[in-house]
Design a protein around this ligand. Structure first.
Ligand code: CA
Length: 233
């Protein structure tokens, strides 16, 4: 198991490296999140331990960037910021767990094992959503249309998953905001419109299945037709 550790405090980094190493984990450490991001391009660790207050790119920014296209790699935040608001924010933005500093190494190891175990259980489920020739691999977070794989952002993917789960259901913009964005309350319905627009574009002809109901919202129409009035292939 490869653990990516992002922590700018040298002493803490060494202690974590040493104790996880003794438990049989392989640890690759970074003093800042910028270098860690570059390393991610070359391969994914099994888990990320992420400090929040870092020089340069902040921990939360790193988390946001990671979660844009990777919902799978588990992240445990380790931070001196320990207010309830900080913890909730990190969890809602995609962290799997949060360990306020200072913490005991045994607790850290236990949390790592629990998160990895949970991850393993989820991977076993193997869930794929499909409809109208669009396929969503919920684990790999990938969309496929025939032989092509449109690159969707996290929110576009969630929107599409929602549509495919409930074809022909009318969603108002407010409902979509709640279901897909939820906690980011500063957003408004224009956010929904903008994401639906980019999602449609990325889906090509299949984007026609997303029907706009003026002043109401959107729905996924499985019976939508193409410009020539024929079934969409
Ligand atoms: Ca720090």
């Amino acid at each position: 198991m490869l653990i990516m550790l992002i922590e700018d405090e040298g002493a803490l980094r060494e202690v974590i490296e040493y104790s996880l190493g003794r438990e049989g984990f392989q640890v690759i450490s970074f003093e800042n999140a910028n270098d860690a991001l570059i390393a991610l391009d070359e391969g994914r660790p099994d888990l990320v331990l992420l400090d929040l207050m870092l020089p340069g790119l902040q921990g939360m920014q790193f988390l946001d960037i990671l979660r844009q296209n990777d919902r799978k790699t588990p992240v445990i935040v380790i931070s001196a910021r320990n207010s309830e608001a900080d913890i909730i924010k990190a969890l809602e933005r995609g962290a799997d767990d949060y360990l306020p500093k200072p913490f005991g190494l045994k607790l850290l190891e236990t949390k790592i094992r629990v998160v990895l175990r949970r991850q393993g259980e989820q991977l076993g489920e193997g869930s794929v959503l499909s409809g109208c020739g669009v396929k969503l691999d919920l684990e790999a977070h990938k969309a496929a249309i025939g032989g092509t794989e449109p690159q969707l952002t996290l929110k576009e993917f969630d929107l599409l998953a929602l549509f495919l789960r409930r074809p022909e259901k009318v969603f108002t913009r407010d409902q979509l905001l709640n279901l897909v964005w939820g906690y980011e309350s500063e957003l408004n319905s224009r956010t929904v419109d903008a994401h639906v627009a980019t999602l449609r574009k990325k889906l090509g002809d299949k984007g026609r299945h997303i029907k706009t109901l003026p002043k109401i919202g959107y729905l996924w129409d499985p019976k939508a037709l193409d410009e020539q009035g024929e079934e969409i292939r």
